[in-house]
Design a protein around this ligand. Structure first.
Ligand SMILES: Nc1ncnc2c1ncn2[C@@H]1O[C@H](COP(=O)(O)OP(=O)(O)OP(=O)(O)O)[C@@H](O)[C@H]1O
Length: 271
């Protein structure tokens, strides 16, 4: 990996201040293409499908979306990197790719350690109580039952779910979207992550919770590795990140220190 690493380091040219020069994530000319199966006319059926397989022609009912177009960057230990860009620019797709959830059509993603996408929501269940979901989310992140027991009180306290009564013993469907987001963040933040990715989580909590989450992110950066944060809230990005990747129509438009990139982005969005 070292050879590729130096090569990519040279090619990205991101000039950020780094306390530690160990790369944690390297994206090398990544392309992501989604294939969407549309209903089509329904004509042809099995014989037409067989003819297409034999002639190797793509189905006319499959549409492709080229969501990421040749993105390259290197992330280092101790960095908090913001991902910004208009709706549909490819931010969430990029996070999911780093997490290993979507295979690139072309290019490669290398990572040191296990990247975790803060989205235990997939594993959490609305009909179960907050209490059960803490256990479920912890198990989904690879924690042992013993570790979950040790950290349970800390998770609930951090989430502030019980600040206004005993909500942790109620089903999650009774929570507001902010409360659910807070619990998800608290579960995910209870574990040390080599590479932690957060998709908009901070935007949903109230200001006090946002502050607490920002502190927690700073701590995680100190003992773990790299934090990626997707947000439409420029203030959250300014308060949390020292480097920003700006994606637009699937392309990396700018990569650099937060203030420089946000300044350009704000000028672009005001146009
Ligand atoms: N599962 C999918 N199937 C097909 N196309 C998808 C899928 N997910 C995303 N896309 C497309 O990929 C592109 C990038 O989407 P993505 O969700 O990564 O953008 P985003 O920058 O996170 O957007 P937002 O700011 O609105 O959350 C969009 O054109 C979107 O329509």
């Amino acid at each position: 990996m070292t050879e590729t690493e130096t090569e990519i380091q040279r090619s990205t040219g991101a000039d950020t201040v780094r306390g530690d020069t160990r790369p944690t994530v390297i994206a090398d000319d990544v392309h992501i293409v989604y294939r969407v199966h549309t209903a089509g006319s329904g004509k042809g059926g099995a014989p037409a499908a067989l003819r297409r397989i034999i002639s190797r022609k793509p189905s006319p009912n499959v549409r492709t979306v080229h969501a990421i177009k040749g993105v390259s960057f290197t992330a280092y230990r101790g960095e908090a990197i913001g991902l910004i860009g208009s709706n549909g620019s490819g931010k969430s797709t990029m996070l999911r790719t780093i997490a290993g959830l979507i295979p690139p059509e072309r290019g490669k993603v290398y990572s040191d350690g296990q990247p975790s996408l803060l989205g235990v929501n997939a594993a959490l269940m609305n009909d179960l109580t907050g209490e059960r979901n803490v256990v479920l989310g912890g198990l989904a992140m690879g924690m042992t039952p013993e570790e979950i027991r040790e950290r349970y009180d800390g998770i609930v306290e951090f989430s502030g779910i019980n600040d206004k009564g005993d909500f942790i013993s109620l089903p999650m469907r009774t929570y507001s979207s902010g409360m659910a987001a807070r619990l998800r963040f608290s579960i995910a933040a209870a574990k040390k992550h080599d590479v932690m990715m957060i998709d908009e989580a901070l935007a949903t909590g109230d200001r006090r919770f946002q502050k607490r989450s920002e502190e927690r992110i700073r701590e995680l950066r100190k003992d773990a590795g790299t934090v990626f944060l997707v947000s439409h809230n420029n203030k959250s990005i300014r308060d949390t990140c020292d480097r920003v990747l700006w994606l637009e129509s699937g392309e990396l438009r700018m990569d650099g220190p937060t203030d420089d990139v946000i300044k350009e982005y704000e000028a672009f969005t005001k146009k």
